[in-house]
Structures are given as C-alpha cells and as structure tokens.
Design a protein around this ligand. Sequence first.
Ligand code: SF4
Length: 331
Amino acid sequence: MSTPTLRLLSLGAGVQSTTLALMACRGELSGLDGAIFADTGWEPPAVYDQVRRLEAEFATAGIPLHQVGNGHLRKDSLDPQKRFVSIPYFTLAPEGTMVREEITETDDNGHEVIVGYRDRPATRREREGIGRRQCTYQYKIRPINRAVRILLGAPAPNYRRVPAGRVAEQWIGFSTDEIQRVNDRRENKYTIKRFPLLELGMSRKDCERYLRRSGWGHTVKSSCIGCPHHRNDYWRDMRDNRPTEWADAVAFDHAIRKGGASADPLTGEAFLHRSCVPLDLAPIDHITRTEWKDRQLDLFDDLEPDDGDESGCSPYGCVSGAPIARASEAA
Ligand code: SF4
C-alpha cells in the first residue's frame, strides 16, 4: 500500500480509542497526524472531561484534535422541525397485531408441505422489535467523513471532492475481543481503515490495564446518555450514581413513546429498554447472563482470556450487530 497522505485517529474517547490516543501521544505508535472526535451532543459529562484531558495530551504531543458534530441528537430527535433520524429504539406493536403462520401437512413421501396460511394474534414477544440505527451515521460517520475530506484538501464550499491520490489512513480502536464488529470494507475512495489494536493483539482488558498503568483508570464508555444499547449494569450505574443523567434518560424515554418527532407517529410504542417497559420501571436490576460472565472474568482478570464487554458506540461497528443504516450521501 502506498503511503497515506494523513493518518487520522477516529476518537470515540472510550477505552480502546483512548489507549490508541495515549500510545500515539507517547510515541509508542508513530505517524499520527490528527484525531477526530465526533460529538453527538449527548455524551455523559465524564466523556467530555475525558476529551478535554486528551486534548491536553494531544497538544503536548503536537497532534491536532478536531472536534466535529452534526447537531444535538437528543434535542433533534424531539424537534419536529429537524429531519428525523432513527435511533434503534425497542418497539412494541399494539395488542391485537396479527401474524400469519403456515399450515403444514406431511405428504405421502414424509415431507412437510405448506397447505395454507392462518392469521392469529401475535404474542407479546412477537410484537417486540427494534428500530433502524441511522444516528451513528448521521451524527458520527458523516461529520467524521466531512472532516477527513477537508483535511485532505477537498475545496469549499461543499468539501466533497478530495484531490486525486490523497488518502487518509483511519485508525479505529477495535480490540481483539471485538473482532466480530470489524468491517474493513472500504466505504469511500479517500479512507483506508487500520486497526492498530488488532495488529498489537490487544484486548479490551489489555487496554484497561494500559490505561490504569498510565493513570487513566477511570476511562468511561463513550455513548449517548439515552442509547438503547446500554446494558442493565450501565443503566443501574446511571440510576444509582448519576441521577442527573438518569433523569434525563427517563424523561427522554417518556418523550419517545410515539417515536419522538417522526413525521409518522408509531402505531405501537418505542422504548429505550429492551423489555419494552418504561425505563424507570424496567427490570434493570436483573443480572443478565452476559453480566454474570463478565463478573466471573473480572475475578480472574489476569488468568482468563477476554470474552468481550459492552463497548461504546463505534461509528464502524455496532454493539448490537445490527447494520448501521446509511442515509443517502455522496461520501
Ligand atoms: S450511542 Fe446509541 S444513540 Fe448514540 S449515536 Fe450511537 S447508537 Fe445512536
């Protein structure tokens, strides 16, 4: 591969990308020309503190930190004047919703064949669903791509056309336990993805250890306060230790019951918690199987291999595994 014009870190300010930022600032990873932080406007205060702290590290190392955004996700979601952007809410179709099922019979050869269909009322489970995730594209990927094009010299006023031959190597902080989230497909002509933590064989736990050794032991997960992808342990921690954020998320949860400011109100209801119960009543004290597994791994932190953790919202791979819906844009 020819030498990239620029090497740019996509900084989410969570555990993995903070590790990469510190490694670059301390000369353990060479060649970084800049970092880009995409702000949805709705990160917890601890993330903004972290970004400010990183800004000082970058300044000392002479690496520019570019902070970009595309609005305020919370406010925009409730503002009917703004373009609707789908957040992956959990949805519950109304009672009485019908589902169609096959009627089958076994034929003379012992094969099951469809002989008809019948409609029946859906069970509660069958009425549950999840919305599309466009928020990451609109509030993170899109402003990051624009910043990359500007840094590569795309001319005003629309900064769309990157001069031929100019390419950015984009550092993305996926660790070895997140391999299922990695997608190295090229999204456009002007960026090539690179995953330095995978090259170094570093897991999330390795990053946490690195951060502790570096005096950054309190690095928090980066994601919106009211992200539906939060796990029960994250919601509990918010309720018990960050009441202002919890009140904000609960109020938002109530406000989106009919889908927020969408031009087409939902026939059913939308929720932030996967149980499709209002957040302040949701069973967040339930310890999920994944959480038990993580707790056990934490006990044997230095002995056991990593098996994943809840990561923040990455522009390049979803916590849920759901695809990131891409709105039309000449990227
Ligand atoms: S953290 Fe959640 S709500 Fe925020 S942009 Fe990512 S997926 Fe959307």
